[in-house]
Design a protein around this ligand. Sequence first.
Ligand SMILES: [Cu+2]
Length: 186
Amino acid sequence: MRPRIIRSALAGLAALALVAALAGARWTAAQDATPAPQAEVAHPAHIHGGTCAALGDVVFPLTDVALAPAAETATPPAQPMLMHADEVLTSVTTVDVALADLLAGQYAINVHESAETIGTYIACGDIAGQMRLHLRSDAPAGLVIPLRELNESGYAGVAWLEPTADGKTTVTIFLAQGLIGRGPMP
Ligand SMILES: [Cu+2]
């Protein structure tokens, strides 16, 4: 049973990464898009010092993790667009630090329940990993980390850290509930 669960979880993560990769150009939110019908609360996120087990101060704030606003479905899209299921919350931020520097230190990506309940953490992932061969040879060397559920929030996902040409790091978060068949469904 367990290998099967792990395999399907890996398949899910691969699918997420693939969707993002296929989108190619960076997704940007449409300023004038109509709000999503079921807009839920935005989840503040930061890069903290330390690890998820011993979280330090906020070092780099990240864009709130939230349901992206719905966009016009013109074909072809007027701007780069990442399509994804309603259940998937996203966040994209370019932070002014090199990925190598993040890897050299101790840092973690932490997601909070809301601005009002900032002390409640819902998911976290340590910024660490091994160099691995990527399926896409043209992709820049990056880092993908799991964001594990905290406090029985039901939220889990991945963060994808990519170095930019000018020495910064673009952090893309995908977060969703119900990925492991328990906890609150969206
Ligand atoms: Cu934080």
